[in-house]
Structures are given as structure tokens and as C-alpha cells.
Design a protein around this ligand. Structure first.
Ligand code: ZN
Length: 191
């Protein structure tokens, strides 16, 4: 951040009185610009023993498969966001059933909320941000072509739980060890 969004003057990194970390503070009007993590909300669209995946038509991870998910918009709930993203990316309609995985990604200051959602019908097609969308059973999942660790980990738990017939809500952290994909570690909250 370089300029104040209130008055347009320059900002400087300072610890405001009573605070304990640096913030962008306007050098003219004194406005403190707080920057906080972003929420990403998404869905595991289910149909019988398969889930719907989207192949990304955008960077990053162009051409790789993902679950429909994206940044929450103002004035919507996380569930509404998951439904909206599923409609935008896959032209698919879901009924949200459960908050399934919550993953913290502290290195990029994001929190993922992924819901289980039942497809209401088989009417789906690629949205603007998808090259193709398709249903995958466990043995058909393109494990080596998934876009993000958070998707890989969620699907891994999902099919594990499906075998038990009980979907436990799961909360965990994904920590990057290097920018290279694959170099990350996962720690789950014991439940
Ligand atoms: Zn200002």
C-alpha cells in the first residue's frame, strides 16, 4: 500500500498507539489502514459417489482442477458465497449441507471454508473461469493435477470419510515450506 484511500496522501508503516504491530498509517490525515485475512468460500458439489471439479481457465494454476471456490463478497454469508461460486464457475446449483473443511493459510493470509453441497440436478457447464467441469469418482480424481494443496487435502479427507459414512468437520493449517507446490505441511486440530 502506498497511498491513503481516504485522502490520497502517502502512507507509512507505523505502530499506532495502543497497537502491537505495524499498520499503514496516513501521513496526512492519520487514517489507519488495517489489512486482515481474506475468506475464501467454496463447495464440494456431490452427486451420488462423485464430486464436481472445475478445470481452471485462469491463473494461477491454469489448466489444473479445483473445487468451485473464491473470495467472499461483502454482504453475503459464507454459504451464499459457496453457492454463488459454484454457479459462476460450473453453472451448477447446490444445496449446502455442511461446513466440511476450514483451512488456515497463514503464509498468504487466507482462510478457506469448504462446504459439502448436494447438486440439485446434472445441469452444469463451464463458467467463465473454467475450461471444463466434470464429475469424478474417487478413483477418477486427477490427484496429480489438482490446483492447490487445500483442494488436495480436502478431497483426501472427503473420500476417507465417505468410506466411514461419517463426514467430520475438519479444521487445519497448511504451512508452505517453499513456493514450489508439494513443499507444504499440514497440521489438523484434533477433534
Ligand atoms: Zn489520509
Amino acid at each position: 500500500m502506498k497511498f491513503c484511500s481516504s485522502c490520497g496522501a502517502g502512507v507509512a508503516l507505523r505502530v499506532p498507539p495502543g497497537d502491537n504491530r505495524q499498520r499503514f498509517v496516513c501521513t496526512a490525515c492519520g487514517e489507519i489502514h488495517y489489512q486482515n485475512p481474506k475468506l475464501v468460500t467454496g463447495c464440494i458439489p456431490e452427486w451420488e459417489d462423485a464430486v464436481l471439479l472445475c478445470r481452471r481457465a485462469i491463473e494461477p494454476r491454469y489448466g489444473l482442477w479445483t473445487l468451485p471456490a473464491g473470495f467472499m463478497e461483502n454482504e453475503e454469508s459464507a454459504q451464499q458465497g459457496a453457492i454463488r461460486e459454484t454457479l459462476e464457475e460450473a453453472n451448477a446449483r447446490v444445496q449446502v449441507e455442511q461446513l466440511y473443511t476450514t483451512f488456515n493459510l497463514p503464509h498468504i493470509s487466507q482462510v478457506y471454508l469448504l462446504f459439502r453441497g448436494r447438486l440439485t440436478n446434472l445441469d452444469f457447464s463451464p463458467g467463465e473461469e473454467s475450461l471444463e467441469v466434470a464429475l469424478f469418482r474417487e478413483q477418477e480424481i486427477p490427484w496429480d493435477e489438482l490446483a492447490f494443496p487445500v483442494i488436495y487435502e480436502t478431497l483426501k479427507f472427503y473420500f476417507q470419510d465417505r468410506k466411514q459414512g461419517v463426514f467430520l468437520p475438519r479444521v487445519g493449517d497448511i504451512h508452505w515450506r517453499s513456493r514450489e507446490l508439494g513443499k507444504y505441511s499440514v497440521s489438523m486440530l484434533e477433534t
